[in-house]
Design a protein around this ligand. Structure first.
Ligand code: COA
Length: 159
């Protein structure tokens, strides 16, 4: 018998490979693994992962962790910024994304950063609905922000 348990924890170097995989699987981006690694190394304390732990009742093996989501926070223009957030498809709509935003926001706030910004693709109504449910408000549009020419809607929240 085994029991699945969800945990949100700080990301560490050995999570980087999984973060890149989750990022590239779920987010339409031109960011390369090396771009993501650069962000991670500059802002490691604002990166968190959501992991499922398969707690086996035999103690012979280490508990197995599976990274199913992440949030990558950064600091931009002196404010907290969400550079990437994703949860693997089969684990969505269970409150994981909300928890990830909550923990990174608490980390920003602890560092005196009480405004958090993020960009969303203009066409990405799912992500926009998710962010707005978490209290993010539309701030302004950046024309052709994305490499494929799509506009970004910058959102902002006072935490
Ligand atoms: C956006 C994303 C991270 C949300 O993760 P999630 O774990 O499914 O979100 P949660 O289950 O925590 O949802 C939190 C709230 O947002 C709502 N929500 C989540 N996804 C939604 C969607 N697609 N449409 C409408 N509402 C949505 C939930 O209903 C929930 O509402 P509640 O607080 O009233 O219960 C996830 O859908 C994802 O990885 N998408 C692909 C990557 C992406 O778009 N990233 C953001 C742009 S970089």
């Amino acid at each position: 018998m085994s029991k699945l348990r969800l945990k949100i924890r700080k990301a560490i170097e050995t999570d980087l490979h999984d973060i890149v995989s989750v990022w590239k699987r779920n987010i339409k981006t031109i960011n390369t693994a090396s771009d993501i690694a650069d962000l991670f190394h500059s802002f490691e304390k604002y990166f968190f992962v959501a992991v499922y732990t398969d707690t086996a009742d035999t103690k012979r093996f280490e508990d197995e962790e599976k990274v199913i989501g992440f949030v990558g926070g950064t600091i931009r223009s002196g404010q907290g910024h969400i550079s990437g957030i994703a949860v693997d498809k089969e684990y969505r709509m269970k409150g994981v994304g909300k928890l990830l935003l909550k923990v990174v926001s608490a980390e920003f706030l602890a560092d005196g950063l009480d405004i958090v910004t993020l960009e969303a693709r203009k066409s990405d109504t799912s992500a926009i609905r998710f962010y707005e449910k978490q209290g993010y408000k539309r701030s302004y549009i950046v024309k052709k922000y994305y490499a494929d020419g799509e506009d970004a809607i910058v959102h902002e929240k006072k935490i």
